[in-house]
Structures are given as structure tokens and as C-alpha cells.
Design a protein around this ligand. Sequence first.
Ligand SMILES: Cc1cc2nc3c(=O)[nH]c(=O)nc-3n(C[C@H](O)[C@H](O)[C@H](O)COP(=O)(O)OP(=O)(O)OC[C@H]3O[C@@H](n4cnc5c(N)ncnc54)[C@H](O)[C@@H]3O)c2cc1C
Length: 384
Amino acid sequence: MTVLSTEEQAVVDTVRTFVDREVRPVVRELEHSDTYPEALVQRMKELGVFGLAVPEPWGEAPVSMPCYAEVTAELARGWMSLAGAMGGHTVVAKLLVAFGTREQQDRWLPAMATGAVRATMALTEPGGGSDLQAMRTVARRDGGEWVVDGAKTWITNSRRSQLIALLCKTDPDAQPRHRGVSVLLVEHGPGLTVSKDLPKLGYKGVESCELVFDGYRAPADAVLGGEEGRGFAQMMTGLETGRIQVAARAVGVAQAAFDDALRYAQERESFGRPIWQHQSVGNLLADMATSLTAARQLVRHAAERYETGRRCDLEAGMAKLFASETAVKVALDAIRVHGGHGYSTEFDVERYFRDAPLMIVGEGTNEIQRDVIARQLVARGGLG
Ligand SMILES: Cc1cc2nc3c(=O)[nH]c(=O)nc-3n(C[C@H](O)[C@H](O)[C@H](O)COP(=O)(O)OP(=O)(O)OC[C@H]3O[C@@H](n4cnc5c(N)ncnc54)[C@H](O)[C@@H]3O)c2cc1C
């Protein structure tokens, strides 16, 4: 297990201080009023968080995936919604770096590095998110433009993002189906309506919306990389980043739940002693810490594999699967430790409990992760 460089550790420490000093004191108010965290997102821009995945010559301070994962976990420790605000953005930045034409990179990446332009990705449709190849959103050539029709749903940050990486069919009849899929880089404009902000259990403050494309026109050069039919493979690569990001978010939420539980278990007394000294409560804390540490190691393992440049869907899938299930369990156990206060909206643990399940669904459900893991185990002949 490698350690972060001094510079990268300083980045993580800066974000940790930001979370403790500026996020945690205000998060409950923002959460319960479902307020977009304008000031905190502005601070994240100033701290360079939106540029962490943008290399030179477009950005200044790219960091390794292990560092990025730790920054994500720190943000999620403060408020999962903040980590969400930079999740899709990072995936799109990575897509542009890996597959974009030079014109696309020059156009988008400098502004994305500062956060002046924020980006999101639109994959899921009302008809389903798991079976992406069955998508119905279609872009057809009309002279020098693409004309897009269809609908997307659950697209996070889409009202406030200026750039949307839209997964769509540019050849609906192609066989195999993935050969007809492209990523279009689209902006808000006539023919694109953000039709609804979806009400949510948690993940408050940031918007997740329905998008309707009705005769939306995009220029011919909007196809990522300039070549049609490559979008499915491009996005699957992007999702490796996305899944590490979601796994790191889960670690952050689990860390926050564990921290609160450990503190409370030492402060709260029953039967004349701190509750942690009751074996049942102590066992909960021991199991929470053990699972959390294992989850963190799996995320680090996936992030390090990513850095080698090799395919890491197996590792990212395992990290996302384990870390998200851990977050759900640790959040619930933190409620147990808090007793009645765990159910109170005046404490934070109920928020972790509402935020954690998103990570078992987002960026591909855990059922889909198991499918990816099993396929890769067979393809690689085991764990390798
Ligand atoms: C708060 C929130 C934010 C989101 N943000 C975004 C975003 O920014 N961009 C975006 O594109 N999407 C986003 N999503 C969508 C998310 O990625 C999808 O919800 C997810 O991929 C699952 O798709 P679905 O909801 O259509 O479920 P379905 O695909 O309908 O699946 C329903 C159930 O069937 C199971 N299932 C389906 N197929 C299989 C299979 N082959 N094997 C085993 N089980 C299967 C699933 O695991 C699940 O349990 C967001 C979702 C939420 C809730």
C-alpha cells in the first residue's frame, strides 16, 4: 500500500480542515432546508477540488486516484451531497482527458478545472438505468447537426451543470447494440428541458432531475472523441472512476457514522457506566471499525489499480459493493448506539442512514456490480 506524497497529503488535510471548520457546523441546517450549498461549492472551487482530475496544460494540480478517493471520503464525511457535487464532474473530466479531441479538451477542461464550468453525466432513462444498451434517447444526423430526442432521469447536478455528457444512440439499429452508442457533449439550450427536480430520501441540497430532449440540436463535433459508436466503451471506462468515487463516498459516510457512535458511546451512560462498556455496544463499535477499515482498504486497492492504467472494473466493483453495504450497516448500527437520539433529526446519524443507500444504487446497483465482478473473475481466471 503506497502512502500519499507530501503534496497530496496536504490536499487531503486541507479538505479535512474545510470539512471540520466550514461544513460540519452548517450541514444540518442545509440538509433539513434542502438548500443548495452555494457558499460551500464556491469554497470547493477556491480549494481546487473541481480541478483534481484535470492535468496540465488545462489544469494545475491533478492528483492521483488514491488522493482523489481520500478527498472524496473527506467531503462525504462532512456531507455526502458535497462529494456528489464533484462526482459526475470528475468522470466527465476523465472522459475528456482520455477520449476528447484536442478541441474538446481545450474548450472544456480549463473552465472545468476552476469549477467555472461544472459537468454531469446523463445515462439513466425513465425506462431503466441498469440495461443501458436498451436506452431510447436517440441523436440523428440532420445536415451538419445532431438532433436529439428522448428523456433522462435522476441526473444529478444537471440544472447547475453547464456541460452534460449525454449517453445516447447515434445508430439505434446497430448490432451489437453498444456499437450504436455515443457520448454527446451537450449544453443547455432550446429543445432541452430540465422538467423536474426529483424528491429524494437523502442526498439533499443538490438537484437530481429529469431531462427531456425534444428536437434538441447539437453541433456535429459534439460527439466525444469525434467518432460515433464508441460511447458505451468510453462510459464504461468512466464508470471505473465513478465507482471508486461512490465507494469513497460510502467510506466517508461510514466514517462519520462511526465517529459519532464512538463519541456518543463514551459520553452516554447507563447502569452506571459509559455504554461502550456494555459488551453489545462495544461489539457494535468493533464491527463497525473493522468493516470501515476493510472498505477503506478496498477503495485504496481499486484506486491504486486505476493508477497502473490497467482495467480496474473488478477492483472498483468490489470496492463499491463492499463500501456501500458497509456504509448502510454502519449507519444503522450508529443509530442503534444512539438509541432514541439516533432517530432524532437533531443528530446527524439519521442523515447518514438516509444517505448511505444511494451508494448501493448509484453508479450501477450492487446487483450489477456483482455481475461485473463475476464476469471479470472468469475473464481473468480468478483474482490474479
Ligand atoms: C439520487 C440519485 C442520483 C442519481 N444520479 C444519476 C446521475 O447523475 N446520472 C445518471 O445517469 N444516473 C443517476 N442515477 C441513476 C442510477 O444510476 C440508477 O438508478 C441505477 O443505475 C439503477 O437504475 P434503475 O433505477 O433504472 O433501476 P433498474 O435498472 O430498473 O433496476 C431495478 C432493480 O433490478 C435490478 N436489476 C436490473 N437488472 C439486473 C440484472 N441484469 N441482474 C441483477 N439485477 C438486476 C437492479 O439491481 C435493481 O435492484 C441516480 C440515482 C439516484 C437515486
